[in-house]
Design a protein around this ligand. Sequence first.
Ligand code: A2P
Length: 339
Amino acid sequence: MLVKKDQYNVAVAGATGAVGRKMLEILADRDFPVANLKVLASARSAGQTLTFKGNPVTVEELRENSFDGVDIALFSAGANVSRQYAPFAVKSGCIVIDNSSAFRMEPNTPLIVPEVNPDAIDSDPGIIANPNCSTIQMVVALKPIHDKFKIKRVVVSTYQSVSGSGQKAIDELQEQTKNLLDGETAKPDVYPHQIAFNCLPHIDIFMGNGYTKEEMKMVDETRKILGDSSILVSPTAVRVPVFYCHSESVNVETEKPISAKEVKELLAGSDGIRVVDNPENSEYPLACDGADQDEVFVGRIRDDISCENAINFWVVSDNLRKGAALNAVQIAEYLVQRA
Ligand code: A2P
């Protein structure tokens, strides 16, 4: 449990990565009450300097004893690192907010989106899991719909930016784009195929059922966060050559009669959502507008002409912010407010 203090000792594990750097930026921007900040990464980065609130902070190698005296640790260094080091952080009395998939589906680990299910954090959580980026933006939009109309089934296709695969993938898209425009070849490294000028229907590994792990995360995590295992989710996850922001096409079928008009009003008044929906003026959510913004943007809200009690919408959000770093910091803010 977090003990009430004026300021907290905070550690960021994976601080040199795409999400880790956003975590530092967001902690500073939102004036999180930080007493002392530790920035942790692999031995490769130890000694490098990052910036927090205009001051240099030296990167330390992540070790088992890195969390002595730390109150809150934000992890974003991948599932293996979380599995290896988060238990040491918890042992030293620190609350871990983990951005990886390592603990999300463990029954006793709360999986939290602060606008949706903050009450799922019990009094002594140890590890709190931050959901998958594609799931977060979708459930922020689904929660008010589920509360009012009871969702039966969701069919979703994602258009996910490369920043979700980390800094190396950002570099890869940049390099491949440049090389191809220069008439050279594109060499895939992070992804199994060329990502520049292409769409890859393959995110994370393939599971035995023909779906990818990313797709199954959307199924399992949506049910856990909304606290309803009866919700059916049919996902297709696609990586697209966009740097920042995930976009999703979502079809929702509900038990109660639903209309696009009602959903538009409902979402416009919901926490964390901005409705951008004036198609006659070509206004709808766009990845290039959502980058570096905090909200989940929803538009193209329309009745499903093929199915009774169903609607379609398009949802966009910055995967590094609401999809990862911002959501983690909002969880930390909730803990502080509750302490
Ligand atoms: P490093 O920069 O030293 O490799 P991204 O998701 O952008 O690829 O970032 C991954 C983050 O996780 C980086 O900060 C990276 O540090 C960190 N990381 C990767 N492997 C380890 C490890 N074994 N121990 C600690 N940090 C790690």
